[in-house]
Design a protein around this ligand. Structure first.
Ligand code: PRE
Length: 367
């Protein structure tokens, strides 16, 4: 039973919320007006760099730094990201191509990184995304590059070799897989459809909850969700976005075997991104296959105290047993200590290409 004083306290709290909402709305509108001023200044200077990844990373890092609750860092960052996304759309709307169809984790990565005020364009294959951005039909592209349990997306690495695009950003997404279906319950599921990586990431769960049920690998989880949306005895493994987009019930949630499953995505574009103080540089190195070569590649970083956080090899396709190495270096290529390490690596290499320097991803929390 609520008392009269409880009722009074509730209506007073709501009045406070109404006043705060007015203030928040006025401040957001004021912020949008300032963003338009920024756009006019850039236009007057003949610039077209409306989107500034390093500035956005800086703004969002400060949002998390000054947060003392009660909303958590991921939530307050997401809200501010949307405000900034709307401001940027006023300045100049962005077109972002991504590995579709709708409902893929890559789409979730686009919205996590750019907010929802961009035009997200789903494409069917990784090489199409590279092509569309290179041709100027999209401003940026987003592609998956590695998963913490299944390793690299080799197709993305192979495309980077011949592309003129640079890496302008990275997105880390905590990936949660759900079983989506029109079937009434698990007993009604006769077929599970998903990307091969997702089937692998849920192997133990599938073995124990759906033993003997046929597993079918398709091009993407979004495609899997689209397929099972028209069936009653099939289920897809996909994320929350696919469940919402295709109106599929979640028969089971978080079915991944490894709960800290994170996927990393790259943002591709034509822009040089200045340093933020918390950056990553990706390089591609071709070396002649000689004894001790790998050791010599890694030594400059170790000696300079510059972290090489990842090294991935792929067959070069130039000749058998000849390899390209993809190396991630902590720091920005404009910093002298990083530049020196890159120069030292280059002196050992047949070819070295800087794929890009970009701000480190903000938190792997799910969108
Ligand atoms: O600072 C700028 O250059 C802006 O354009 C403003 C703003 C913002 O809303 O804060 C908008 C878009 C950019 O990507 C970065 C920041």
């Amino acid at each position: 039973m609520s008392t009269q004083s409880d009722d009074q306290a509730l209506s007073q709290a709501r009045e406070r919320i109404d006043t705060l909402d007015q203030q928040i709305q006025r401040l957001i509108a004021e912020r949008a007006g300032v963003a338009l001023d920024v756009a006019r200044i850039k236009q007057a200077q003949g610039r077209s760099d409306f989107y500034r990844p390093e500035r956005e990373a800086d703004v969002l890092r400060r949002v998390a730094e000054r947060n003392d609750g009660p909303l958590d860092d991921a939530t307050i960052t997401r809200i501010m990201r949307e405000v900034m996304s709307a401001c940027l759309a006023l300045e100049s709307p962005l077109k972002v191509a991504y590995l579709g169809p709708e409902g893929t984790y890559t789409q979730a990565a686009v919205y996590k990184h750019f907010g929802h005020s961009v035009k997200a364009i789903p494409l069917a294959a990784i090489d199409e995304i590279f092509r569309e951005v290179e041709a100027g039909n999209a401003d940026f592209g987003v592609v998956p590059v590695e998963n913490s349990t299944e390793g690299v997306v080799s197709h993305t690495l192979d495309q980077l070799v011949g592309s003129s695009l640079s890496i302008c950003g990275e997105v880390a997404l905590a990936v949660h897989h759900h079983l989506l279906s029109r079937a009434e319950d698990l007993a009604g599921v006769k077929r599970v459809v998903a990307h091969a990586q997702s089937l692998a990431q849920c192997r133990k769960w599938l073995d124990s909850h759906l033993p003997g049920v046929v597993r079918e690998a398709v091009a993407s989880n979004g495609e899997a969700a689209r397929m099972v949306a028209g069936e009653t005895q099939a289920a897809a493994i996909a994320g929350r976005a696919a469940s919402e987009f295709y109106e599929l019930a979640m028969l089971a949630s978080n079915i991944e075997d490894e709960p800290n499953n994170t996927t990393r995505f790259l943002v591709l574009g034509k822009q040089h991104v200045p340093a933020t103080g918390n950056d990553m540089t990706s390089i591609l190195v071709a070396i002649r296959n000689q004894p001790g070569m790998l050791h010599r590649l890694l030594t400059p970083g170790a000696e300079a105290g510059v972290d090489l956080t990842r090294i991935e090899s792929r067959p070069s396709r130039r000749q058998a047993w000849d390899y390209n190495f993809f190396i991630d270096i902590e720091g920005h290529a404009d910093e002298s200590r990083v530049r020196d390490v890159i120069a030292a690596i280059e002196s050992q290499a047949v070819m070295l290409k800087i794929l890009g320097s970009y701000p480190r991803a903000i938190g792997p929390e799910p969108v």
